[in-house]
Design a protein around this ligand. Sequence first.
Ligand code: C5P
Length: 312
Amino acid sequence: MKLIAPAKINLYLEIIGNRPDGYHELVMILQSIDLADEIELHSISDETIRVHCSHPQVPTDKSNLIYRAAELMATKFPQALAKHGGVEITLNKHIPVAAGLAGGSTNAAAVLVGIDLLWNLGLTQTELEDLGAILGSDVPFCVAGGTVIATGRGEQLSPLPSLDHIYIVLGKYRSLEVSTAWAYTTYRQEFGSTYLQDTNDLAARAAAVHSGPIVKAILEKDAVAIAQKLHNDLEKVVLPSYPQVLQLRELFASQPGVIGTMMSGSGPSVFALCETQQQAEQIQQQVRQIIPDEDLELFVTRTIAHGVKVDS
Ligand code: C5P
């Protein structure tokens, strides 16, 4: 069985408070893009999990979210494991690693979806998302993907109308990796006193949220208005520490045809939104000429309306 596991970008990321569990209360708008990994799953006779990936930055041991997703399914459904045997998983990596694009999370979501099918478990989307939340905050979104408002830790999902065919130029320096935990911890140290300490206060929580204008723009499918309302609180800590990322973001913003630019998640990838594929390709070429550094990966991609899919 072969699955497609798409990446995501954050059109919006607002940190509205500290949570008692150490995480942060968020309002995010997550968007699937057609930059994707491929994952193959095969049943094997012994009741073990084997992970293969040729990418040098991807571990294949228990630290890999793919391994942990398969292990979670084996623990939750021991009878299915005994009946069908273990799984061998091969990952073909295209999504940049540690980039703020949910690469690891979408791989984990694909393993949940794939094993559900391989073992004929018949889990619902909600059941798969609940399992995903055990593995990481972005995993539930990656199951069905599309355009979604994510609240809580990022695991509470409300779908928005899908945004097809907004074109994107995405840039990531191969040698730069940002730890998500570092980005949130630093944000809390620097800005923690400016946002909610009691996230159980519903009225205060509602007043703290500023996502209304971008949600309105998404409902109206107005790409230019969406691009003008992009927001990511984590830029405040990541951009000052990573001057190359700031420089790339400024370069994107200065290109004719770019309607908006932002860092995705905890970075360091940055993206530029464009109205046509041709404009996106021209911007990619232009940026490549200005920054010929091989370390910079540039992709032209687009918004899509789905998450994990079986490759037929
Ligand atoms: O949930 P996940 O393991 O993907 O999160 C990675 C790290 O990001 C967490 O360990 C935490 O430091 C931070 N995080 C957070 N608040 C969230 C989501 C993630 O502080 N809502």
